[in-house]
Ligand binder design. Sequence first.
Ligand code: ZN
Length: 896
Amino acid sequence: MKKISLILSCSIIFISACKSVEKVNSSDELTEEVQFSPEDELVDFSEYEGDFEQDAFSLEDETPTVRAIYNPSRTLWVDLVHTKLEVSFDWANSKLMGKATLTMKPHFYNTDSVTLDAKAMDIKSVSLNGKKLSFTYDDQLHLRIKLDKVYKKDEKFTLLVDYVAKPEEREKNGSAAITSDKGLYFINPKGEDSDKMPQIWTQGETEANSVWFPTIDAPNAKTSQEIYITVEEKFLTLSNGKLVSSKKNGNGTRTDYWKQDQPHAPYLFMMFVGEFKVIKDFYTRQDGSKMEVNYYVEPKYENDARAIFGETPAMIKFFSQKLGVEYPWDKYSQVVVRDYVSGAMENTGAVIFGDFVYKNQRELLDGNDQSTIAHELFHHWFGDLVTCESWANLPLNESFANYSQYLWDEFRYGVDEADYQAEQEAQGYFNSSSFQGYHNLIWYGHNDKEDMFDGHSYNKGGRILHMLRNHLGDDAFFKGLNNYLVSNKYKAAEVHHLRLAFEEVSGQDLNWFFDQWFLGKGHPVIFTEQVLDKNNVTLKVVQRQNLEEKFPIYRIPVEVAIWDDNGKRIEKVLLDSLEQTFSFSFTGQLKNILFDHQQMLLGRLYEDKPMAQYAHQFKNMDRWKAKSVAFNRLKGSAQFSEILDLALTDKFWHIRELAASYIVENLKQDPEAKYLSSKSKSLIVKMASADPKSSTRSQALEAAVFFADKDEMVPLVTNAIKSDSSYTVQSNAISLLIELGTRIEAFKEASSVLDDLKLTKDVKVKVMVSEALSQSGDPEHYEFIKQVAEEKLSGSEALRAFISFVVFIAMAEEQEDHYAWMESLVAITEQKALNPQGQIKMYFSRIVEYEQGVISSKIDQLNTRIAEQASTAQSLEQLKLKYENLSDRLNQIPTE
Ligand SMILES: [Zn+2]
């Protein structure tokens, strides 16, 4: 499963919009030299010098009096062998009528009873060989069935459960935390929203599929499956496995029969119904046979589907070859649904995506969703073929899916892109764990299974696999993965299966690695320092992570690169204590020492070395991370202007972008950028229109307008608005035009290009223009922004248009018409409350709260003015009453 990343980006939109003046610069925020350092991961080293036996004493003081939480895997009293479902739907009441035929057998011990997971259902009957069985279902969670006799190990029996699934009642019964635990979703089932295609889809992970069929809803259960889905003839259906038949019933309905012979976990069952278009593609297996690869989208995205998903066959081929295990399932389908409750989900052979992946060709220029596509696909080996036996072992699914993003980036876009994205993942782990705390990666002590879906299981796990790959070498690493998959296919696994698979292949004991990374918590915090003595350099290396937090003292094999007059050589060292020194000889001049040559250690690394070494590093390392670290360290140094010039022509876009953002950051202090050569200045002007990466063009444009000739400035910006292929560049250019228009006469005149843009039919452009204009609070733009907010939009556009209107009105606080505008804002908010869309729904309460804040501050201001200006008190009093009335209306809007 991939949680939605839009949540973050939308909250950034909202927060940055509210702050209004500060621009969020996403390109450089993550590549800043790591800052020193959250208290929870670092302690004063001096406390630990010397005697570590003290730990024994302090532990005694904190001796626990109860056993710690331990979340085991589900005990399998019976095995679920085969599941056959026959389902039809009551759209008007959001119910499913089902018959489940379940073939089971005792796992080991004899039994005369079975307990199934079945949530919020009406159970009409349970029978075996035509005989009704007695059952209890008091808690609406567990269906306890008394069998007709005692069954022995491997003695099969087949139960028939006749039931009605009522997911809406599940929601009513659920707590705040599990409102999205409905399993089965009817979207716009009565067709009341003309802009949203009625559809049904399911979401099983973690244990929600037992809302729509009775099962053993645990990741260590595995069953083959058949589903007969009866729908009106106009609908398409999708499920796991192959479509075996499709029969019209002569009454306007049709029954589709889907079948998957290979067993998989119940949380991976999937069903989808809707009037979608199918775009057919295929993958050729190594044996030459062809497999269907289909993309299910709404008709209006039919022409974009290949641009969104078209790399899928190449990915299936790449991963199959890399793992030495052919893609193991019948087909690969991907479907985009509305109002999805997560980012995407790896249902076997039938992956669901949220509508954030709907992008047109222009949007895809600014960034595609291939990493999410790769993530879900890789789960088909790690998660679907071999499944984590318990949620505590979730990293066996998610760390691999996360790491597949690296593998795909490396293959498709090169190692720099892969390293850059990997660093974003590492920062995601650092950021989330500094807020949410640290825990073992394999986390038996979690409070709620949903807590497992965090920056540890995904981001940290992916980085750990990368370190393991580096330690073992590519051949042993991928052979180890192959061994793990082949040994455990169609079964559940725990972390030790993984370790044993690698140990068997490599011949190495790996307990030390797994203990500190998979079964431990935290990460190393490492300082290095050089001491020169004639032709020897001593490297002092200190581990300073927080041992009180039970972070381990790490054992880390590290490659140290040393450059001298003879060139470069690599020395291998082993860290295994808190403080170590390593001596290296060098010939002539020591030019640089780079600790962790591959730059892949997950941890904080602080190298104390001369600036000349960083300059050498920038010029002589060809990997992105070593260069970006050097660039950031060199800022302000004597060598920096030379490095900045070099960075502007670097082969990798992010280094060029780092240089451009540095210039933008410094324009306020030094508008003429005197530190830049005239050659570099003209280079930036060129980059602004010619750099192949849109975010880099955007940064360069922002810098370039300041250096360009007077005659060049306006055309630079207006051409970007009119003809740049990227929305990112266009949007930034609009903001630039507005900002400069307040200061420079020529830009004021150029604003006619905005009026042209407002007439566009492209909603994405409209929303973008609205966003840019919202910051101005200029009455001239009111009608346009309001009109965009009122349009019927979907997905993130709907949210962004709405937020733009909220922001505009907040910015226009001093305007004469503020009250009337606020009135229309409250009216639109009331309108949205009637039928909030997915994205808006998620942020609705925050938006209302924000509007409430704007009105309250107006009321406060009026109070002050009434007190100060007795003469106009009466009219102000009336205005205040009006605002208070609006405030009451906002308070009455239900926001869930
Ligand atoms: Zn996942």
